[in-house]
Design a protein around this ligand. Structure first.
Ligand SMILES: Cc1cc2nc3c(=O)[nH]c(=O)nc-3n(C[C@H](O)[C@H](O)[C@H](O)COP(=O)(O)OP(=O)(O)OC[C@H]3O[C@@H](n4cnc5c(N)ncnc54)[C@H](O)[C@@H]3O)c2cc1C
Ligand code: FES
Length: 258
């Protein structure tokens, strides 16, 4: 983990409330893994006090892309950054998604800014000649990432809550039939969608596992404060050092996990 002053390469609006922010983080990008976390200071002062965690997405050379969705003051500050601006960054921290050499058919499931890290995994997998399906859920067509942002070899499955594009309903209706095909599964998105994925795997193909990115409030970022814990079969684990990516079968998908 390192603390760096990094510079903005580009900041492109990709959805009405979401920006793809590309940072030049130097050599730190070369070992960065999608699903790890960057802790960004979102201002020139100590307000907001806590750094905001953002998932590592696509990496290329010295750069890391993150998807920033407008939520409050911190993300608002991030989406206003312009090329050449500098930002105080700690990371990458934690454990990201791993890509097994034996995986041939990779299924990725996400929603919202959770798709950012999955795009990073997808690009690495395509470069290794793996077959990749990215399945996403969105509220409406307006919130569906344009296919131009995806590598052309990625199969893109979309479901919307209102049916304005793609399948009308839950993406889990489509993902269920892909589970037997997949020999690698990654998920990143709201807890309800992720627990649905874990349950579907447990019910249909109990020998398989997914890697799932779990979100908690992150404060100290160094494993000391325990503000970011998640319940697992082996007790409490800290998202900032033991995760944020966990084995789906290790998580206790109870209300306390929320
Ligand atoms: C492991 C992890 C990865 C994340 N990756 C992304 C990402 O790639 N892109 C993205 O847009 N967002 C991501 N988030 C969520 C993002 O960190 C919060 O939305 C952000 O902190 C909001 O800050 P804000 O000042 O804009 O809004 P605020 O108004 O301060 O907060 C809005 C909401 O964000 C959440 N939040 C606030 N502070 C924290 C914190 N320190 N840790 C965790 N959640 C917090 C709370 O639920 C709060 O209700 C991630 C969060 C975690 C834990
Ligand atoms: S944020 Fe303090 S232990 Fe994880």
């Amino acid at each position: 983990m390192s603390q760096l002053l990094v510079s903005v390469v580009s900041n492109e609006r990709v959805l009405p409330s979401t920006y793809a922010l590309t940072l030049d983080v130097g050599a730190a990008a070369r070992d960065a893994v999608p699903g790890q976390v960057l802790l960004l200071r979102c201002g020139r002062s100590t307000d907001p006090f806590l750094r905001r965690p953002m998932g590592v997405g696509k990496t290329e050379g010295d750069t890391i892309e993150i998807m920033v969705q407008r939520a409050g003051a911190g993300s608002e500050w991030l989406i206003r950054l312009r090329p050449g601006d500098e930002i105080d960054c700690v990371g990458p921290v934690g454990r990201g998604f791993t890509l097994d050499a034996s995986t041939q058919n990779l299924l990725l499931l996400g929603r919202g800014y959770g798709i950012g890290p999955l795009l990073g995994v997808a690009e690495k997998a395509v470069a290794q000649q793996k077959s990749v399906t990215l399945a996403v859920q969105a509220a409406t067509a307006d919130e569906v990432l344009p296919p131009r942002l995806l590598h052309p070899l990625i199969d893109y499955l979309v479901a919307t809550d209102d049916g304005s594009v793609g399948y009308h309903g839950s993406i889990m209706d489509r993902v269920g039939e892909l589970l037997p095909w997949a020999d690698g599964i990654c998920g990143s998105g709201p807890l309800l969608l992720m627990s649905g994925l874990a349950s579907a795997i447990a019910a249909r193909i109990p020998k398989k596992r997914a890697q799932i990115m779990i979100e908690r409030r992150i404060a100290c970022t160094s494993g000391v404060c325990f503000s970011c814990v998640v319940d697992t079969r082996r007790g409490l684990r800290r998202t900032c050092v033991d995760g944020p990516v966990f084995d789906s079968a290790a998580i206790l998908w109870t209300e306390r996990a929320a």
